[in-house]
Design a protein around this ligand. Structure first.
Ligand SMILES: [Zn+2]
Ligand SMILES: [Zn+2]
Length: 277
């Protein structure tokens, strides 16, 4: 701890950074030995010591114990193929020549995206994983979401996207949080799908206020023109990855921006879906 804070002070002083002759504290042989020992201890701890399942608290080597992993992801839920909203017999709609089910809203006013995959509803206990990923930097949850999204996608007959992008954070929010939770899902998912993942092709131009307390129309206005595309997506099928889909306004705005930039198709991959506004 002392070594770290001392080195931070050295780096913040440009005069010190230029002085090559000065040996910084973390470069001494003793510091290197301490660092080596610490990383070896961490390696051993991860492999030898069991940790707790994020959902039930039982001992588990991975994020979820086998019981939770098998139990919570197999929710049989019919969802709208476009927006992943849960459907019942009374809310289900089918267009002629389309075998996929849709909600009435997507048929009446189709959003800019074409399809959405969601693993489960945003509710207990799986919402814990999204909270752990977003606010407690438990990045392993991103890998778990990716593994299950990949399995759901493999069961479908949808074409593989040309690339995956995470819903971007604004620069200010990225700096404050230190990571983008959507990228923690998109990166392993892209690897599993064997497609490129790109965290810089779509940017968030402005910071939008928290969406959860706003009504649908205000949400739409809030995120309009929030995104920019800095790469070539012309003719491409873009997969957009996010942790939680609430109203769909953010994903709609992002898909609209991608389509305006020439994207051919946009498919959303979201871990959890809020059932209703
Ligand atoms: Zn468990
Ligand atoms: Zn829908």
């Amino acid at each position: 701890m002392c070594v770290f804070s001392a080195s931070s002070r050295y780096f913040s002083d440009p005069a010190v950074m230029k002085a090559d002759s000065i040996r910084l504290p973390f470069q001494t042989p003793m510091a290197a030995r301490v660092r080596g020992f610490a990383s070896a201890a961490k390696w051993l701890a991860v492999r030898a010591l069991p940790s707790q399942c994020a959902l039930c608290g039982n001992l588990s080597q991975s994020l979820l114990c086998n019981g939770c992993d098998a139990h919570y992801w197999n929710e049989p839920r019919l969802r709208c193929a476009t927006c992943a909203l849960p459907l019942s017999a009374s809310t289900l709609r089918r267009e002629r020549d389309d075998v996929r089910a849709h909600c009435a809203a997507c048929l009446d006013t189709p959003p800019a995206f074409n399809d959405t995959f969601a693993l489960a509803d945003y509710r207990a206990p799986l919402d814990t994983l999204a909270v752990e990923l977003k606010f407690r930097a438990r990045l392993a949850a991103g890998g778990t979401f990716a593994r299950h999204l990949h399995a759901v996608f493999e069961d479908s007959d949808l074409p593989v996207p040309d690339l995956l992008v995470p819903v971007p954070l604004s620069h200010a929010r990225l700096v404050a949080r230190g990571y983008n939770q959507a990228w923690a899902i998109a990166r392993p998912l892209a690897r599993m799908m064997n497609v490129p993942g790109d965290a810089s092709i779509v940017t968030r131009l402005r910071h939008t206020s928290a969406q959860s307390r706003l009504d649908q129309e205000t949400r739409r206005r809030n995120v309009a023109n929030a995104f920019g595309v800095s790469g070539d997506v012309r003719g491409k099928h873009v997969g957009v990855v996010d942790d939680v889909m609430t109203s769909g306004a953010t994903l709609d705005a992002l898909a609209r921006t991608l389509k305006l930039a020439g994207a051919r198709r946009v498919t959303n991959f979201v871990a959890l879906r809020t059932p209703k506004d």
